[in-house]
Design a protein around this ligand. Structure first.
Ligand SMILES: [Zn+2]
Ligand SMILES: [Zn+2]
Length: 757
């Protein structure tokens, strides 16, 4: 849990018909300004309203953050206009924005940009209007017959209109009758039909059918977990966050669905956060199916919506029509009224962390929002983050555990393949070990499906000169370029730079270039080569560029049209395929050797999650983990499905080194195209921080970041750790505000960072 900032409690302000208001202008000026409200507008302005105000010599958009009795400010100017109807933000969401701004060391204006979608902030797009047709009065047969002689087409259309029981879209009617607009207008002119403009909702899932489902029977463990949540819903004021730790395939989703039903029955609303946009369709389907009695009740918020759809979905939520919201991290800001429940699925996922300002973690924001709104929050995962599980063990969170798969299905059998031995046998780096190859062949014989996982895209991960040893690096970043065979180009996965493949080594001029390392593209082609009769598909960011490609591939895999699916973490999460009985992890070591204190945790989570895709149907699953480090703890604990064992040893390591969850970390990155200036600025900053900190915080030196150069910028890191995070955030902010940096030096602050590269 997190301390709240000691700030003005804006919730105490009412929507008074006062003359003075305090506003936050959209542009970052780091302060709030007072304005006058003209009497004509007073009734329409409340806390959270969007307004237009004069600012310097222009006009600007702003949010009302307080209604004031009086103002000390001189020369106040009146506001110009109110944008939209009811206040866009509730007082609770404003309080949340303030918390994020203080905790994550981020200007509140930037937080507001995350809170309100641009289409709502600017209010330039409205509802989509369409023409509807209805008869002006009851039309009898004679009238139609009379018209038949003079204007047969009009008569035909009138016949159709006379049968309407409710207004229909003009375009639909004309399409169905194959008649034209002119004919319709003629009828309107005769006073027989009426056209009316009405708002239509741009529903992102409007053309899909959802099959209604009903509650599944829960087992004893599931019932206990659900009871934990429903009891919290009965007295949300005193409820602690609930951590639902359930092994893969233990039926967490069914608990979420029944908990949401309970929240709705309490007259409350619910948010479901999913770690990735690609998982939204699957969750939408489940929710719309379960809550099919009111299709409008479920709204979706994510960045793939069109502006119009986003406008409509947001207003559906804001007006109270939608009571369940699904989406990735930004859906945590959904403007629901009477919020009762927030579910954070796969709470350990790093995608909940936003990697640009405000660098918030939606899971932690969900916990704080739940506290502000006095609602229940459920964090679910098969592999909870160390932070959350630690909170569970300490009693800050309530821990609910599902230790069994539903229907008594077995956990998959994990086999470790030592690649060092394979290498001795094969004298080359094998992509598929002999054992994995045999297992795939066996599944193909039986008509069962296989998933092959590798957390690296592309064909070859580097292009080396075998003579002088030079690698082709990105000119902007300190990483090697990856070869992509389909497009026959080299590309940088960090900045997107691409280059042609040179014929000769640009460094020494010799014809000695070789490809080294491999990614998913090469796994796909190797597998297709070994098993020419199998249908192999790849699922990663390169192959899934089209919007529908993902759904299409998943559908084909589900219906058995694909035998082997090769992919990156895109296929690791939350997917449920009953016919998958084999999972091959091509190289388990990729995440293990990153210079990051979470490397072990990530490896354990990834292995457990990917392995969890196997054996979810009738036949038990088998997993092959290929690795060069078979005895590393993360791999061994994952092999034995031993979360508790892994947690204990990882916690011990974190404690010894004062890493989270025992401390909070703050990562400051100083970057510039000029290496010397970046370095000097970072060193100066460390000196100043030393002066303002006591021994309370652990302050590291300014060091070159593991990824020294990114997008043409040299990067230096300063890592600070400490327990009192609010104090630490404040001190960092104050120190930075007092320091003048050269213009070409950028400083970013990341509180509770996930990426230490
Ligand atoms: Zn060379
Ligand atoms: Zn690059």
């Amino acid at each position: 849990m997190y301390p709240l900032p000691e700030q003005l409690n804006y919730a105490s302000y009412r929507m008074a018909k006062a003359n003075y208001i305090r506003v936050l202008i959209d542009r970052a000026i780091h302060r709030e300004l007072d304005y006058l409200v003209p009497e004509t507008l007073a009734e329409r302005v409340g806390v959270g309203s969007r307004i237009r105000v004069p600012f310097r010599d222009k006009s600007a958009l702003a949010t009302v953050v307080a209604i004031l009795e009086h103002s000390e400010a001189q020369g106040l100017r009146p506001i110009e206009a109110v944008v939209g109807d009811a206040p866009a933000l509730s007082e609770q969401l404003l309080e949340l924005a303030r918390w994020i701004s203080v905790y994550y060391c981020c200007p509140i204006e930037a937080v507001m940009r995350s809170l309100l979608p641009q289409v709502i902030r600017r209010a330039e797009i409205g509802w989509k209007k369409q023409l509807f047709v209805l008869p002006t009065r009851k039309i009898d047969k004679e009238e139609i017959e009379k018209l038949q002689r003079r204007a047969p087409r009009q008569a035909e259309l009138l016949e159709a209109i006379s049968r309407l029981e409710a207004p229909v879209r003009a375009a639909d009617l004309l399409r169905q009758t194959s008649l034209d607009n002119q004919t319709l207008r003629a009828l309107v002119k005769r006073g027989l039909a009426e056209m009316r403009e009405e708002a239509v909702v741009r529903d992102p899932h409007g053309d899909e059918q959802f099959i209604a489902t009903s509650n599944l029977v829960l087992n004893a463990e599931q019932l206990l977990a659900l009871k934990e949540i429903t009891q919290a819903l009965d007295s949300p004021e005193s409820a602690r966050p609930i951590l639902l730790h359930g092994v893969t395939g233990s039926g967490k989703t069914e608990i979420y669905l029944q908990a949401i039903r309970a929240a709705l029955e309490h007259g409350r609303s619910a948010i479901v956060l999913v770690p990735e946009i690609s998982l939204t369709p699957q969750t939408v389907e489940r929710l719309k199916g379960r809550f099919a009695e009111a299709q409008d009740a479920v709204a979706v918020l994510h960045s793939h919506l069109s502006e119009g759809e986003r406008h409509d979905e947001w207003h559906k939520i804001h007006s109270g029509r939608a009571r369940i919201v699904i989406g990735p991290r930004s859906a945590v800001f959904a403007p629901l009224k009477k919020l009762g429940l927030i579910v954070v699925d796969e709470e350990h996922e790093n995608t909940y962390k936003q990697e640009e300002a405000p660098r918030y973690n939606a899971r932690d924001v969900a916990v704080v929002r739940a506290r502000i709104e006095k609602c229940v929050v459920v964090l679910g995962s098969a592999t909870p983050s160390l932070e959350s599980y630690h909170n569970g063990v300490r009693g800050k969170y309530r821990l609910a555990t599902l230790s069994q798969r539903i229907d008594e299905k077995q956990m998959p059998l994990m086999r470790i393949v030592d690649l060092r031995q394979e290498r001795r046998k094969e004298k080359a780096i094998a992509i598929l070990s002999e054992k994995l190859r045999a297992a795939i062949a066996d599944r193909l014989d039986k008509g069962e499906q296989t998933i092959l996982f590798l957390n690296r895209r592309g064909f070859s991960t580097s292009l080396l000169c075998s003579d002088c040893g030079e690698a082709r690096n990105c000119p902007n970043c300190s990483v090697a370029l990856t070869f992509h065979r389909r497009v026959a180009r080299l590309s940088c996965h960090l900045c997107g730079h691409t280059a042609a493949v040179p014929k000769k080594c640009p460094a020494c001029g010799k014809d000695a270039l070789i490809y080294a390392g491999f990614g998913t593209e090469k796994v796909e082609s190797t597998v297709a080569h070994i098993f020419p009769k199998a249908t192999v598909r790849r699922m990663d960011a390169d192959s899934m560029t089209r919007k529908e490609a993902y759904r299409e591939t998943l559908r084909n895999f589900r219906t058995g049209k694909i035998d082997i699916l090769v992919g990156t973490q895109m296929i690791a999460k939350g997917l449920h395929f009953p016919n998958v009985t084999l999972v091959g992890i091509i190289n388990a070591d990729l995440a293990l050797h990153l210079p990051d204190f979470r490397a072990g945790e990530r490896t354990f989570q990834l292995l457990t999650q990917v392995a969890g895709r196997a054996g979810r149907g009738e036949t038990p699953g088998e997993v092959f983990v290929q690795t060069y480090t078979p005895f590393s703890p993360s791999i061994q604990f994952a092999r034995h499905h031993d979360f508790a064992g892994y947690f204990e040893q990882e916690l011990e390591f974190r404690g010894r080194c004062d890493f989270p969850p025992f401390t909070h970390a703050v990562l400051i990155t100083v970057r510039s195209a000029h290496e010397g200036r970046a370095k000097l600025s970072a060193e100066t900053l460390v000196r100043r921080l030393k002066e303002s900190f006591g021994a309370e915080f652990i302050l590291g030196d300014a060091t070159p970041a593991p990824l020294e150069k990114l997008q043409g910028q040299f990067r230096f890191h300063i890592l600070i750790r400490g327990e009192a995070i609010m104090r630490l955030s404040r001190l960092v902010r104050e120190t930075l505000d007092k320091l003048p940096f050269p213009e070409d030096v950028t400083v970013t602050i990341d509180v509770d960072p996930y990426q230490l590269l």
